[in-house]
Every structure is written in structure tokens, then in C-alpha cells.
Design a protein around this ligand. Sequence first.
Ligand SMILES: [Zn+2]
Length: 338
Amino acid sequence: MDKDYYKILGVNESDTAENIKTAYRKLARKWHPDVAGNSPDILLKFKEINEAYDILSDKYKREEYDKVRMFYDYAKNGSSSYEKKQTKETEEKSYSSNPQNKSFSFKWGDFIPKKQAQQTYEKKEKSISKRGINIYAEVEISLLESIQGVKKVINVVQTGVCPKCGGRKFVNGTLCQYCNGNGEHSKHKKFTVKIPAGIKNDSKIRLANEGGAGINGGQNGDLYITVHIKEPYGCKTEGLNIIKTIAITPYEAVLGTTAEIKTFEGKYSVKIPPLTQNGQKIRLSGCGIVQNESVGDIIIVVEIRIPKTLTNEEINLYKRLAEISSANIRDDFYDRQD
Ligand SMILES: [Zn+2]
């Protein structure tokens, strides 16, 4: 076992699926070749992150992996990683008292001659077929795109069989130089993904067999694309209706005004009538989202706001207003609650 998937994702054996997902997403964003560059090292790193997530995000694969990992640790160190934590201190003590102990670690290969080990390994690698790993990608679309459907091009790092050694890791008995004995080769591949109309936020689209290549005739893994929907600033949708809040000043609320609003469907001039109350709704029929034969409305929600800075003259006018005001809105308010 040459890869520690927990280490790769920077998580612990005890971490929850949610923590693992968060760690993965952070790393996947950081090391995506679109962001981090295209060097072979980065491709390899990105591939490893994906591979680790493929195993650790799947309950059954993770259980299997934990078992193998524990067994491997046991064989290698004479204790599992769990036990190791507890005995680390005593181990260190015995190391310092007997330096010879430091070299006490073995690989299975140490017990059989090198040539034979290599042949056994090659033979084993040839005969076992393995399913390719699943690959995970993310794409962000606008709200309008989610309603109408859209096609998006995404760039994925796909792992296939090494073209030099055909996945056998060795060429004429020596380690393949092309893939450094990994048997795999990573490359970029662009996919055009059709995102259906009406898709929900965080939905996953599966492209079967577009993940990592299967080994020795094994099936390919799948590609999973998570779709994130970006809500436009200041707009919300409810079905085909667009809900938009607009701010007006107290005097605009009293006297009425015309306000220009912008939604992702276009610009509109909205007449705010005199004596408009806070939270009042104005409906623009048939101006909402169009889908198939139906069309929604725009619903404007009016919010009365007081400007953060007022001049002395304005303050004086409010003072004057306070002196001459005849209305008693609190009485009205409590009457209405009864
Ligand atoms: Zn190779």
C-alpha cells in the first residue's frame, strides 16, 4: 500500500463523510489543473486527490480500504495505525535504547529474491482486472440556465492506461519510465454536458464509463458532475415568478415614484403609487420566466429605507414634519391587530 488516502485528503480515520467531502472540495479546487497549472506533478496530485475521494466517499469502499490499511500497517509495523498511536511512546523509547531497531521494517518483497518478486508482481498485475476510479467534477450555472437548461463544457483530468507499458508497469523486465511504474497516464479531456431544464441545486449528473480507465479489461469508472446554481444578486425565484426587493425613501413612499429595476430577464420601469407601505407588493404580470408555454410574473417587494446620511436641511424638514404631523399611526396599527 503506497498511498495513504487519509493523508492525501488531510483527514483522519475518525473523520465524518461530511468532513471528508469538505476537505476534498477544498483540495480539488486548489489543485484543479485549470487553476494550478498543467505540469505532470499537478496532474498526478489532482488524480491522487480524486482517487482518495473515490474510495473514502463510498461507505463500502472506505470500509474495505480501512481493513486493508490496518492489515498493511500491522504487517509493516507490527501494529495497526490505531495501536501505533498508543504505543508510539514506548516504541520511541526502545529505539533510543537500541538503534538497531530502527531498521526493523520489512516489505513482503524482502523475503523473496528480487527477480522472482518482480515476476510474481507482473503476473499478478496482468491477471487481475480492476474497475477504474470514479471522477468528480463541479460546474456552476446561472439561475436562468437552471430553468431553461444549458450545455456546459467542463475540463476533467482523466486517467487511462499508460500507452507505453499498457498498464503492465514494466517494459522488458524494467520499470516503465513513461509512467514511473504507475501503469497509468493522466490527461485532460473536455466534456460537453447537457444540463436539463429545471435542475435542482447540487444535483449530480453521471456520465457512465467516463471516469478512470479500467485496468486489465476492467470496467471504466464513472464521471460525476455536481451542478451548483448561482442565485442572481437581489433576485429570488418561486417557480416561474421572480421576486425582487427594491428600496425606496420615506418621501418616495408618500409621494410615489418611478423606479427602474433590473432582473436577469431584463430592465423594467415600475410605478410606485403614492402612500405605498413597507413590504407592499407590486405584481408585473407576464414579465417573469418563460418556460415552454407558461410565463411567470415579477413580484416587486417594496422596502422603505432611510438614507444613511441626511443634511441639516433634510433633518429640519423632518422636524417640521414632526411638529405638524396629524396622523397617529400607532393607534391605527393596534386597531388593526384586534
Ligand atoms: Zn507505463
